[in-house]
Design a protein around this ligand. Sequence first.
Ligand code: FMN
Length: 361
Amino acid sequence: MSESPLFTPIQIGSHTLRNRIVRSATYEGLANSGGLVTPAYQRLYTRLARSGPGALVTGFAYVSQEGRSMQPRQASAADDRNLSAWSEMNREVHREGAVIFLQIAHTGRQTHSGSTGMEVVAPGSKPSRYFRSKPRALRENEIPERVEQFVQAARLAQRAGFDGVQIHAAHGYLIHQFLTPALNRRRDAYGVDPKSGIGTRFLAEVLQGIRDACGSGFGCWVKVSHGDGLRNGMNPHRFEALIRFLQDQPVDAVEVSYGSMDHALNIFRGNSLPLDRIVAYNPRYQIEAPWLAFLWKKLLAPFASLSIKDFEPRYNLKAARRARELGSLPVISVGGFRKTGWSWMRRSDPEAAIWWRFRDP
Ligand SMILES: Cc1cc2nc3c(=O)[nH]c(=O)nc-3n(C[C@H](O)[C@H](O)[C@H](O)COP(=O)(O)O)c2cc1C
């Protein structure tokens, strides 16, 4: 075990991580209904830092009320109200020896006006079955304001003592919606580039804006999906184009995940389909009559499960390795790390940071 590179330090951008274990973003539900982080949220990160990883990434925080998720009690990065709670928390996390990144996100079409109190907007107007919302396609002149929301959230993170931000460009959220041709059919400058096959302009502006506002000492990581299961969506060829694009951007590391919320169970994956949970929490079934939920479970679930990918250990590692081959950007792999038997780790690329999601200590 001791020869594993996992437990050796690594330099990523201007930060030295004490080891290559990164605790990946996991929505906490520990803010109050107005997005203010609570003492329980602060304690969670202090405890996680104490448990030993090199870096922590927080659950996604929203960059604007419009980009808030349907999950309740999500943390807000839309204004300064969390500045002092986050500063206090980050001092503790640093005292425990970990670096900490704030994950920032805008949901785009993956939310509901019932949660945001605002119109749902996206690069295109394709409805989401899961979220039961039909977004309005953003006009070109409305897009720079959304870029600026990411930049302001990053500035806030910097002032609050985070070591950097992780831009959530995965799982079907707004930036992923710009990247994937399945959801971006725009004809303007923010559309899909015919050469690369993906729409990178929005992400490029966010990254440059953050570098200009925060400087190169402030970390900037990006989380992407290597596939999304959408027709004409992210595929291996487009994923490679995305990784090549990121090599030339002001980015310090890329985390390789999978999927979009249209098929949420392919993002996390497990061994069996949690039917009761799906019926209880999936917005598609919550508002149906109980007899419909019952029928769905008995008759339709077997067909629905056909679109769900089987669990395999380390299910995104192959794509992460491919990303590593394509350039020099440090790569974080997430998905299906369930055991502490690390024998496979000795064979792994010593330059790659390896992800491990800690259970709550
Ligand atoms: C409860 C829960 C909350 C999550 N919240 C986030 C999040 O806020 N941001 C994010 O990028 N990924 C989030 N994820 C996805 C994980 O970071 C990870 O990419 C995914 O679960 C695959 O890893 P696993 O196989 O170990 O679950 C969440 C996953 C779970 C189970």
